[in-house]
Design a binder for this molecule. Structure first.
Ligand SMILES: Cc1cc2nc3c(=O)[nH]c(=O)nc-3n(C[C@H](O)[C@H](O)[C@H](O)COP(=O)(O)OP(=O)(O)OC[C@H]3O[C@@H](n4cnc5c(N)ncnc54)[C@H](O)[C@@H]3O)c2cc1C
Length: 408
């Protein structure tokens, strides 16, 4: 039998393509190497799947941190956050908003999201435990070989994900398939993850659990566009601010630059100076005054580091005050490395977007071969961006195939 389309990979991208094919009576199958589909989807959002967000297409794209982000305009315009909310509603899954922007299923269970994606797909269209080993093209037909069988199809949608969390099945096969056809790819690199680092000789352990709200990140003294919460861990730094910046940090580390810094309070320098001035006659220990504007553990760290443990606040010199202000406004951390690609929630890298038509997701080099989802060189911050991009790109690709079939 010759299929009209074969989808490789049963993550959110592959399953969305299957929904479009199903609705349009396309003769298709989906090949998934695992014994079930959606293994990664089930662990997203702490098992609750943050499937999309409230952002307009423009604001969604503004939040992305890679140069070629405009590539996503056409697909997000065709199928963006509002369409995703409608799609799940049409399958009986209501999404609820968690401020400020995240949408989760009302059930708080990612399984509901997976069930909705599977709702209209006939069981016999999904072939489990079929690991695609090769894709070849002869004239207008593709031959796909798996660990079990060989299949023929007119169109192929590659939705194999990246290399993040390989235990869920994503191990970067998309890049290998593309390379075989001479299609340009970018190596997968970590994004949306934690970083390892050190501050002087003081171990992070002592600061573990300390959170800073709404901080701003500087990389080598340069202000980045990232503003969010961060948290000290036993090995380094984590939290939304660090996740957002981790890919950029990964790239500057490659240039040998190791230092990042951030303020420890929302107060600006003049507000801190005014606060210190107000307390200049206080006989309390420096640490006690500091801990009313920064977290306690950081106040202890700063007084230890500056040898102010036994000092009363009213004995501080102008120079001492300057040192404190510098610590508070520009707290420096040296990075040793970014979390491994396999443990990063998302990966940058994948098929080069220059090789893909942003309207159809068909590759420029090979007619009827499509790449979608995280298999492409796109990535977003936490907040439902990545599942949205997976669903949106797959929707465009599958509809392009439907259009072609209808024109035949
Ligand atoms: C812990 C964690 C939490 C996350 N939380 C969120 C969140 O809340 N919101 C959000 O937007 N994003 C989140 N993400 C990111 C999101 O899960 C991914 O971006 C998204 O799943 C990508 O979808 P995809 O369909 O492109 O790829 P995947 O979900 O990776 O699916 C790829 C599928 O292809 C299969 N496959 C691979 N190679 C082959 C082959 N050769 N043959 C057959 N099958 C193959 C795999 O087994 C897999 O099932 C999270 C990621 C992680 C790891």
């Amino acid at each position: 039998m010759i299929y009209q389309a074969i989808i490789i990979g049963g993550g959110p991208a592959g399953l969305m393509a299957a929904n479009v094919f199903n609705e349009n009576q396309i003769k298709y199958i989906l090949l998934e190497k695992n014994d079930k589909v959606g293994k990664k989807l089930l662990i997203t959002g702490g098992g609750r799947a943050n499937v999309t967000n409230t952002l307009s297409v423009q604001n969604f794209i503004d939040e992305l941190d890679f140069k070629h982000k405009k590539f996503l305009y056409p697909s997000l315009t065709k199928f963006g956050p509002l369409d995703i909310i409608d799609f799940f509603l049409s399958k009986g899954v209501k999404l609820k908003l968690e401020e400020p922007i995240k949408y989760f299923p009302e059930t708080n269970k990612s399984q509901s999201v997976l069930d909705a994606l599977l709702d209209s797909i006939p069981e016999n269209c999904i072939h489990l435990k079929e690991n695609v080993i090769s894709i070849e093209k002869d004239k207008s037909l593709f031959t796909i070989k798996t660990n079990k069988y060989a299949y023929q199809s007119e169109h192929i949608v590659v939705a194999t994900g990246s290399k993040s969390f390989p235990e869920t099945g994503s191990n970067g096969d998309g890049n290998a398939f593309a390379s075989k056809f001479g299609i340009a790819t970018k190596s997968f690199t970590p994004a949306e993850t934690s970083i390892y680092g050190y501050i002087d000789q003081i171990p992070y352990q002592s600061l573990k659990g300390t959170q800073i709200k709404d901080s701003i990140l500087y990389i080598n003294g340069k202000k980045t566009p990232f503003k969010d919460d961060l948290i000290f861990t036993h090995f380094g730094l984590s939290g939304p601010l660090i996740y957002k910046a981790s890919h950029r940090i990964y790239n500057v580390l490659k240039q040998g630059k190791r230092q990042i810094s951030f303020p420890l309070t929302k107060m600006n320098q003049s507000e801190i100076l005014a606060f210190f001035d107000k307390h200049k006659n206080e006989t309390k220990y420096v640490k006690n005054i500091l801990s009313s504007i920064i977290p306690n553990k950081l106040a202890s760290y700063i007084v230890d580091k500056s040898n102010y443990q036994e000092k009363a606040f009213n004995t501080l010199t102008k120079k001492d005050i300057q040192i404190l202000v510098e610590y508070i406004c520009d707290f420096k951390v040296n990075i040793s490395h970014v979390e491994d690609i396999k443990r990063a929630y998302v990966n940058a890298g994948g098929v080069d977007t220059k090789s893909i038509n942003p309207n159809s997701f068909q590759t420029n080099q090979v007619k009827n071969l499509y790449f979608v989802g995280e298999a492409i060189d796109i990535f977003g911050p936490i907040g439902g961006f990545n599942i949205t991009m997976a669903l949106s790109t797959a929707y465009s690709a599958a509809n392009d195939i439907v259009k072609k079939m209808k024109l035949k």
